[in-house]
Design a binder for this molecule. Structure first.
Ligand SMILES: [Fe+2]
Length: 355
C-alpha cells in the first residue's frame, strides 16, 4: 500500500471503524464523502474480499456520507481488473456489460477494456483519443483560485443522464493519471445543495423535468450557439426527460439532478414545458440551479494519484472533468457503471437506450 493510503488521504484525521473497514470523514476539502481503507491494512484484493463478506458495510458508509467514497491505494486492480467488477457488484444488482449494452453513443466516446467488458477506458489513447475539457476562461478566478463554480467552470454532468432509467453509480480508477495539478475530477453534491435551495426556487422547480441529450448530436449549448444542425436521431438515442429533483431510493433524500451545457437538449429544452433555447426561461433556470449547486460548500476537487479509486452516487452527485496536457501526457482512467435501483419514478420502464 502507498504512503498516501496510509496517511495522505486522511490529512492526519481520525479513523472510525465500521465492519472490516475504517473511514475518515468528511473528505479533506469537502463537506461530505469519506476516505475508506481496510482496517489493519491490505490492498485491493483483501479489500474486495472483505467487502464481499460484509456487503452492507461499504454502501452503508457511502450513504451515510452523502454518496461519495475515496479508496486510496488499490493499485492491485491494474493487474487484476476483475477486482473492479467485484467491487462494483457490492453497490448494485447490475454492472453494465458494455459489449451487451453498447450503443452508438458509447462507441464514439469510450474504449472497452480488452479482457473485462464491464470496464470502459476514459483516455486520450487511440482509437477513441478522448480529448480533455478546455481550460476555463480565464484559467483562474479573479482572486487567483482554481475555478469550481458554474458558469466559469464547465462540464458538470451526471453520467448517462440521457438514458432512462439512468445509472445508479459510477466507479472510477486511476490506472494512469496525468501529472499533478491537472486532469482532476470535480464533484458537486446535489442532495446538500437541495437542502439550502431558496424556498422560492424550490417551489419553481417542483415537478419540473430537464431534457437530457447525448453529447455530440448537435443539441449542446455550444452546438446550438455555433448554429449546428442537430443530427437525426434513432429512437434509442432520443433525448430523455428526468426530474430536476430526484428522491433517492435508499436514503429518501431529495437531490438536485441536472446537467448543463453538454448533456442537456438546448434545442427543445433544456427544461420541458418551459420556453426553449439558449435565451429562454428554461436556460435561465438551468444557470440559476447550476450556479447554486457549484458553490464551494458542495464541491470537492479530486487530485488523482495512481491506484486511487472513487465511487459516486449518480443519483445525487454531479461531476466535471478538467483540462490536462493531452499533447504530452497519456491519461488512462477505468470506469464501471452500476445500475438497477433508479427509484419509483422509473419502475417497470423499458430501457430507452436499448433497441
Ligand atoms: Fe462522467
Amino acid at each position: 500500500m502507498t504512503d498516501r493510503a496510509n496517511d495522505g488521504a486522511a490529512g492526519g484525521m481520525d479513523w472510525t471503524k465500521r465492519g472490516p473497514f475504517e473511514f475518515t470523514a468528511p473528505l479533506e476539502g469537502a463537506t461530505y464523502g469519506a476516505a475508506v481503507r481496510l482496517a489493519g491494512g491490505g490492498g485491493a484484493r483483501a479489500l474486495v474480499e472483505a467487502a464481499e463478506q460484509d456487503p452492507e458495510a461499504l454502501p452503508g458508509i457511502l450513504y451515510d456520507h452523502s454518496g461519495f467514497l475515496f479508496l486510496p491505494g488499490l493499485d492491485e486492480i491494474s493487474d487484476e481488473p476483475q477486482l473492479m467488477v467485484r467491487l462494483s457488484r457490492i453497490f448494485g444488482p447490475e454492472v453494465e456489460d458494455n459489449l451487451k449494452t453498447f450503443t452508438a453513443e458509447n462507441k464514439t466516446l469510450f474504449n472497452i477494456h480488452d479482457d473485462v467488458p464491464e470496464i470502459i477506458l476514459v483516455t486520450n489513447l487511440p482509437p477513441i483519443n478522448s480529448q480533455p475539457m478546455a481550460l476555463p476562461d480565464p484559467p483562474y478566478t479573479p482572486d487567483g483560485k482554481f475555478p469550481m463554480r458554474f458558469p466559469h467552470r464547465r462540464g458538470w454532468h451526471t453520467d448517462q443522464s440521457f438514458r432512462r432509467p439512468p445509472p445508479d453509480f459510477s466507479l472510477f480508477y486511476a490506472e494512469k493519471p496525468t501529472t499533478p495539478g491537472q486532469g482532476q475530477t470535480l464533484f458537486c453534491n446535489g442532495a446538500l445543495a437541495y437542502e439550502t435551495l431558496p424556498d422560492d426556487l424550490k417551489r419553481r422547480i417542483e415537478g419540473l423535468e430537464a431534457v437530457h441529450a447525448l453529447p455530440g448530436v448537435g443539441r449542446s449549448e455550444q452546438a446550438v450557439r455555433a448554429g449546428e444542425t442537430p443530427k437525426p436521431l434513432l429512437p434509442h438515442q432520443m433525448p430523455q426527460r428526468q426530474p430536476i429533483v430526484r428522491i433517492h431510493p435508499v436514503t429518501g433524500r431529495p437531490a438536485l439532478y441536472i446537467c448543463e451545457a453538454g448533456q442537456l437538449d438546448w434545442v427543445d429544452g433544456p427544461i420541458h414545458d418551459m420556453e426553449p433555447g439558449l435565451d429562454g426561461d428554461g436556460a435561465k433556470l438551468v444557470y440559476e440551479i447550476m450556479t447554486h449547486m457549484t458553490q464551494d460548500r458542495y464541491t470537492y476537487r479530486h487530485e488523482w494519484a495512481k491506484g486511487d479509486f472513487v465511487i459516486w452516487d449518480n443519483r445525487n452527485m454531479l461531476h466535471a472533468p478538467t483540462w490536462y496536457d493531452a499533447e504530452n501526457y497519456i491519461r488512462i482512467m477505468w470506469r464501471t457503471t452500476v445500475m438497477g435501483n433508479p427509484g419509483d419514478e422509473y419502475v417497470g420502464e423499458k430501457r430507452s437506450w436499448v433497441l
